[in-house]
Design a protein around this ligand. Sequence first.
Ligand code: GLV
Ligand code: GLV
Length: 317
Amino acid sequence: MKVFVTRRIPEKGLKMLEERYDVDVNPHDRVLTKDEIIEGVKDTDALLCLLTDPIDKEVIDAGPKLKIISNYAVGYNNIDVEYASKKGIIVTNTPGVLTETTADLAWAILMAVARRVVEGDRFMREGRFRGWEPMLMVGTDVYGKTIGIVGMGKIGQAVARRARGFGMKVLYYNRRRRPEVEEEFGAEYVPLEELMKRSDYISIHVPLTPETRNMLNREMLELMKPYAYLINTARGEVVDEPYLIEMLRKKRIRGAALDVFWGEPLNVNPELYELDNIVLAPHMGSASLETRTKMAEMAAQAIIDVLEGREPVNRVN
Ligand code: GLV
Ligand code: GLV
């Protein structure tokens, strides 16, 4: 049987597939074009793809033998799942294994923007350090502040756990209330408007769906306190990015830390690079060697399960 892999993933996962199937891996070190993906899925039984590969109707129709689309990510907004279901194709993702790693990154960029770590590094390298100064690189405290978590799934909860260690008050908004979380983190369930108004740090952990697209629109963003920060490690499209840029430019809020963007991978707004009250990361939430290896194994295992007639663990449709 044939498997098409749109980008080299850690060896361990590839090996699992290569031991069993005829595997075709993207030979380039870049995202494939849509035409290349269409060509690749032509006579393949399984597709292992990335969040940067739009798997729409056209791609799905190009692979009449496809039995499974295994997404090497927890988010699967890049796939037309409804259409895949209609065609009887199983879609899987890689949840769980990247929870703590992504929460670590959210925390890292939250700390980085609050305490101006990246600016400080740049300052040193430019040879501008003249010794300790009372007002040099003064930032904002994290300890004891209020964090608002938008989306209290696995990653949101992992962030809440970290926030507790920093003595923070935890507010959260979620589609449904989660009493067990309230107990564990002393978290308070509030409407999104109230979360936007009361939080010093707002961290986004919802998947991108029609409901969450542009959820933090301009009206919501305008509710933020002037000293608040926005952290996004979920998907760029959850936030009205042009309006956020505008607010950052006018110093209407204190800062933002972004790991995800409108138009990524190829068309990130260059206006972001001109802002100094922002920390940018290249969509690297799950990027630890341990986690990327586990994701590769999980994505490969889903393909093996389906091609051997078993129900995969992480089916999303
Ligand atoms: C990363 O963004 C993922 O969805 O795994
Ligand atoms: C800082 O280094 C201090 O001693 O306050």
